[in-house]
Each structure stands twice: as structure tokens, then as C-alpha cells.
Design a binder for this molecule. Sequence first.
Ligand code: SF4
Ligand code: SF4
Length: 87
Amino acid sequence: MKLTTEFDTPWAYSDKILKLKTGEWKYQRPVVTESKCCRCGVCSLFCPVGCVSDMGSHFEANLDYCKGCGICARACPVDAIEMVREA
Ligand code: SF4
Ligand code: SF4
């Protein structure tokens, strides 16, 4: 099979895989209410793709890589994350 990307395999180079915006397609996305976020970091720990970061005042997903699974919203102990349908 001939691959159409510059990469040998999808997971060959961990430093280069971030070029692929794996969050381009998803049907919902997490929206954080900053005032509710207590910065516990649970969403970051549970996110299966590791795309949640500490922004200083709150935690937030990098939507370039978020798959919209909703696990972060289910795990958040203070319900600071709402899943919103993509347009
Ligand atoms: S919706 Fe899923 S992929 Fe996106 S930030 Fe939350 S846990 Fe991570
Ligand atoms: S789990 Fe909720 S309260 Fe904790 S850092 Fe994430 S958004 Fe903030």
C-alpha cells in the first residue's frame, strides 16, 4: 500500500506526528467555564490524547488535537466543562 503522506507510518515519529491536526473532525468540543475551573488537572490526566494544558487560570483543550470524546467533561469534579456540538 502506498501512503500519501510524508510519514512512513502514522506513528513513526512522535516529534512529527503533531503536524497532523487529528482534531480536525469531531462532532462536539469541550468548553471550559474558567470561573468554575479549580485547576485540579483531572481533565488533563484523563484525556486519552493528552491535549489538555494548564493555561494558568484554567485548563483547556487544544482543539487541533481534541477528538471530542467528552471524557474530560465526565471526569471534571466541578462540572466546569460543557460539551458543545460542532456547527
Ligand atoms: S473531549 Fe476527549 S479528546 Fe477532547 S479534551 Fe476532552 S478528553 Fe481530551
Ligand atoms: S477537571 Fe475541571 S476543574 Fe479540574 S482542571 Fe479540568 S476543567 Fe478545571
